[in-house]
Design a binder for this molecule. Structure first.
Ligand SMILES: Cc1cc2nc3c(=O)[nH]c(=O)nc-3n(C[C@H](O)[C@H](O)[C@H](O)COP(=O)(O)OP(=O)(O)OC[C@H]3O[C@@H](n4cnc5c(N)ncnc54)[C@H](O)[C@@H]3O)c2cc1C
Length: 309
């Protein structure tokens, strides 16, 4: 947009010379959001010591650091999200109609009957505000379960606040502006609660965490309304923003064609997460790499004279 490619009215209002009027630039912002539910671990096997809040934690961390340095093994080999599940909100085995009445049903936003709309994952440590917040308890051991909204209906925007490139853009993700997205996350949280209260996790939850304001160890009796409040309070980005220069025809708000070329600007291609027509139902790095590989092939073909487009 700073270079004059974007919605003409927005660019003109900021005094930017319009090179190409492409209304889709900066629109259709999609992202995966996540809701985290924390638990206290009575086995003290969790990795809360990675951010030490007690002398014992510090000793464990030093031991883990040495173990990793000397053997390449131990707790520091974790990728944190150690187990994942991809599921559907309309799976009757997981959400039986007897417990989930029709008014709680989630609209099908998936790409097909075998595609998921919820991801669950577990981390062997609970964290707060993306890990930047205060640890959840001094010397405590915690873990977390997480539910991810994979197919959001809501979409947001990116706009400029001025033509000065040093000014931050205005990012309005519109998270949870669509009630279907909220319903999806409520089902996800209910499932997390059920997983947590099924062994082996059930036996390791420490009742000492029952009344901790940032842990939510028992949600089975919580109403949907209260779960909605919890979802809205705890929702965070999973850092997967996409689709602000989506691949689609110009009349559908598209910015690039199927060959990654920006509509109306010869020889300018985009190869990153912004060209996703919509967000994928999984994490974004692998598809971005695939786009990069494809872009290299397209450009090689184009400059090589074969299949010049
Ligand atoms: C904290 C975090 C954790 C994540 N974890 C995962 C994960 O576990 N798995 C997964 O699949 N995905 C994960 N993602 C998402 C994934 O990293 C992104 O979807 C992916 O990197 C997007 O690729 P991209 O090429 O679109 O953008 P980027 O990777 O952001 O690349 C953009 C590049 O453009 C450069 N750049 C910006 N402005 C300019 C400019 N004016 N001139 C020149 N260069 C410029 C930047 O320096 C950067 O190198 C995570 C993201 C974050 C932030």
């Amino acid at each position: 947009m700073l270079s004059g490619v974007g919605p003409a009215s927005h660019l003109s209002a900021l005094g930017i010379h319009v090179v190409a009027d492409l209304p889709g630039v900066g629109s259709n912002l999609k992202d995966h959001v996540v809701v985290d539910i924390g638990y206290m671990d009575k086995t003290k096997q969790s990795l809360s010591f990675l951010r030490p809040t007690s002398f014992t934690h510090s000793l464990q961390l030093i031991k883990a650091l040495w173990q990793y340095k000397l053997t390449g093994k131990g707790p520091l080999t974790t990728n944190l999200a150690e187990a994942v599940a991809f599921i559907r909100t309309d799976d009757p085995d997981i959400f039986p109609p007897s417990e989930f009445p029709p008014e709680t049903a989630v609209e099908d936003t998936t790409t097909g009957k075998a595609a998921p709309d919820i991801e669950l994952f577990v981390t062997p440590v609970a964290y707060n505000e993306h890990g930047a917040g205060t640890p959840l308890g001094k010397g405590q051991y915690t873990f977390m379960l997480h539910t991810v909204l994979l197919r959001p209906n809501a979409s947001g925007t990116i706009r400029l606040q001025s033509k000065n490139p040093a000014d931050s853009p205005l990012i309005d993700p519109q998270y949870l502006s669509d009630q279907n997205d909220v319903k999806n996350l409520i089902r996800g949280v209910r499932l997390l609660d059920r997983v947590a209260h099924t062994n082996p996790l059930k036996d390791i939850i420490d009742p000492a965490g029952d009344n901790h304001p940032k842990l939510h160890q028992n949600l089975s009796k919580t109403s949907d309304k209260d779960l909605e409040n919890l979802v809205r309070e705890r929702v965070q980005t999973l850092y997967h923003p996409t689709s602000t220069a989506r691949m689609a025809p110009l009349e559908d708000g598209g910015v690039v064609d199927p060959f990654l070329r920006v509509h109306g600007i010869p020889n300018l291609r985009i190869a990153d997460a912004s060209i996703f027509p919509s967000i994928v139902s999984g994490h974004t790095t692998a598809p971005v790499i695939a786009i990069g590989e494809k872009a290299a092939d397209l450009i090689k073909n184009a400059v090589g004279g074969q299949a010049r487009r």
